[in-house]
Design a protein around this ligand. Structure first.
Ligand code: IPE
Ligand code: IPE
Ligand code: MG
Length: 250
């Protein structure tokens, strides 16, 4: 991956932008990691959880305030039932095994996505994890589970229409800030950087609203191979990018 050199000021001094506050990751490539080793896909997902643990720890170490990870998309219902079951079991296991430690480490867990189609036991675990950790401030970990970016926007639109119909909202008041307050990641800043592993070059319905101006980084490794060094590399490359937001940049 070739990245631009650090921007150079008039004085000839290389400048790095501040590190990202919010990094979002499309954790992709578990199946191919397993296939390359002659293992069942479920083993790839299991190793993927190890990589997630490393990513959370690295994010804390590197001083990020928000990390969002894509764990199960609304389109992933199209997979064989056996694989869906394996992914759901891993979420259960992750919450059961890691919740106490994450809480101790000051991680606030938010599980974002649609509650539709999720079993009562999963919903219970999600609520437990979010309630227990809600006051933590070291790192916010958004786990996108049963998440779809279009569905997130539709849910916001429905809330707005209901408020208008109930007479609580005048349509002239609807603006971008209002939608930002209604999406599932409302209490996180917009992601600065979206990383996708596995080499695929697409967003697959991730953070369509909040990621409108995120820097995109596509990394040529399977998610189970992701480690602190991978995150450092991505952050370093991010800091050399010129973010313009439609203006003329630096
Ligand atoms: C990402 O790995 C995990 C989920 C989508 C749940 P994949 O399962 O998509 O792995 P590949 O892309 O088939 O290798
Ligand atoms: C995106 O990966 C979803 C997650 C990482 C959870 P997919 O593997 O499902 O995406 P596509 O099918 O390659 O677009
Ligand atoms: Mg994939």
């Amino acid at each position: 991956m070739s990245e631009p050199k650090p921007s150079v000021t008039d004085a000839g001094v290389a400048t790095l932008r501040p590190p990202p506050r919010h990094v979002a990751i499309i954790m992709d490539g578990n199946g191919r990691w397993a296939k390359a080793r002659g293992l069942p896909r479920a083993m790839g997902h299991k190793e993927g959880v190890e990589a997630l643990r490393r990513a959370v720890e690295a994010s804390r170490d590197l001083g990020l305030s928000h990390l969002s990870v894509y764990a199960f998309s609304t389109e992933n219902w199209n997979r064989p039932q056996q694989e869906i079951d394996a992914l759901f079991d891993l979420l259960r296991l992750f919450v059961k095994r890691d919740l106490a430690r994450l809480h101790r480490d000051g991680v606030r867990i938010r599980i974002i996505g649609s509650r539709d189609g999720l079993n009562e036991d999963i919903l219970g675990l999600i609520d437990e994890a979010m309630n227990l950790t809600k006051a933590n401030t070291k790192l916010t970990l958004n786990i996108a589970f049963n998440y779809g970016g279009r569905g997130e926007i539709v849910a916001a639109v429905k809330q707005i229409v209901e408020a208008v119909q109930a007479g609580r909202l005048n349509p002239t008041e609807i603006d971008e800030a209002m939608i930002s307050r209604m999406i599932w990641t409302a209490d996180s800043p917009d992601p600065d950087l979206v990383i996708r592993t596995s080499g695929e070059l697409r967003l697959s319905n991730f953070l369509l609203w909040s990621g409108a101006y995120a820097e995109l980084m596509f990394m040529d490794l399977w998610w189970p191979d992701f480690n602190k060094e991978s995150l450092e590399k991505a952050i370093d490359a991010f800091r050399r990018r010129d973010r313009r937001f439609g203006g003329l940049g630096s």
